[in-house]
Design a binder for this molecule. Structure first.
Ligand code: C5P
Length: 314
């Protein structure tokens, strides 16, 4: 077989998880418009897959997407997967001719880092496809340039994100947690939610963001009841202000037996912690029956970060 034939057939598939913010402490707006965060990320078992194959010379990154929400995914250069391919290619001085197919299962514009996940997955897929072997810390730095949540999508597990959320310290997690996610009918824009946070906190002294010790120990001990008591999201009032109907979703999940409920990140996906898998399924059914959400998903945390699941160059 000639080398060209091998390149045409080469294909790398990367699986990447969604996240929930077990704790999201938000500071005041910085001069650059971002907010300092103490962001306790937890990767959950909902996954996108990004498959990279060689593209035609000169065409640059070409994005395609499949899945129930595929119509909402931008396929142009604004897609984080395309931006990741371009950033990596530029760093190594190689052509960014790659086809990136996204099999999307993470809710779109839902506060679960779906776009960030695709950026991290595309980066790892291209790095593998192009045989670049970029050191991990360099990959993480490229991720941080792409967006605040992108480094965590590469890392997975659990981590404290400081700065604008991109500076990560891995956190130990002592057991599996059971989650239900209620996906809203329509997405929410992250910048819009941060703006609403600024509006709601205007004229008040916003404290320096810090991760609650009780949250970190609940994660470390794998204790769902303690985690339920410690879950917190400073963006929740802003998300509820923009989307008041989310209060009904949160209440429906609690009524059905969830240990705790909160808005996931900037929302509008809502997250419910359950004591076990059976309760999680009951909560999901009740949420579905309540008519307060579009759909529900049941899963566990933590989950592995972006990982190559198929490499047919080998
Ligand atoms: O970093 P990323 O591009 O994902 O951020 C999207 C938007 O969310 C930013 O443009 C900003 O409006 C807001 N944001 C913020 N503070 C952060 C992270 C994001 O204000 N720490």
């Amino acid at each position: 077989m000639r080398t060209e034939d091998v390149q045409v057939q080469a294909q790398v598939r990367v699986r990447v998880p969604a996240k929930v913010n077990a704790g999201l402490a938000v500071g005041g707006a910085r001069p650059d418009g971002f907010h300092d965060l103490a962001n306790v990320f937890l990767a959950v078992g909902l996954y996108d897959e990004v498959t990279a194959t060689a593209g035609a010379a000169g065409e640059g990154p070409v994005i395609t997407c499949e899945g129930p929400d595929a119509a909402q995914v931008p396929l142009d250069a604004s897609n984080l997967a395309a931006r990741a391919a371009l950033a990596l290619a530029e760093r190594h001085g190689v052509p960014a001719d790659v086809r990136l197919h996204i099999a999307k299962d993470i809710p779109v514009a839902g506060g679960m880092a779906g776009g960030s996940a695709d950026g991290a997955a595309a980066l790892l897929a291209c790095d593998t496809l192009w045989g670049l072997q970029t050191p991990r810390d360099e990959l993480l730095a490229i991720c941080a340039d792409l967006g605040s949540d992108v480094p965590f999508s590469l890392l997975g597990g659990a981590a404290l994100g400081t700065g604008r959320g991109e500076r990560l310290t891995a956190l130990p997690v002592g057991g599996a947690f059971h989650w239900v996610f209620a996906v809203a009918h329509e997405g929410l824009s992250t910048p819009r939610v941060f703006q609403e946070f600024d509006r709601l906190t205007a004229g008040t002294a916003v404290p320096e963001p810090a991760a609650a010790p009780a949250l970190l120990s609940a994660l470390r001990d794998g204790d769902a009841a303690l985690l339920a008591a410690a879950l917190a999201n400073d963006l929740q009032p802003a998300a509820l202000s923009l989307r008041p109907s989310l209060a009904e979703t949160l209440a429906a999940g609690m009524e059905a037996g969830a240990l705790a409920s909160l808005v996931s990140g900037s929302g509008p996906t809502t997250a419910f912690l359950a004591k076990d898998a059976q309760t999680a399924h009951q909560v999901a059914q009740a949420l579905q029956d309540s008519g307060t959400c579009r759909t529900t998903r049941v899963t566990t945390s933590p989950a592995r970060g972006a990982v190559v699941v198929e490499d047919i160059r080998a």
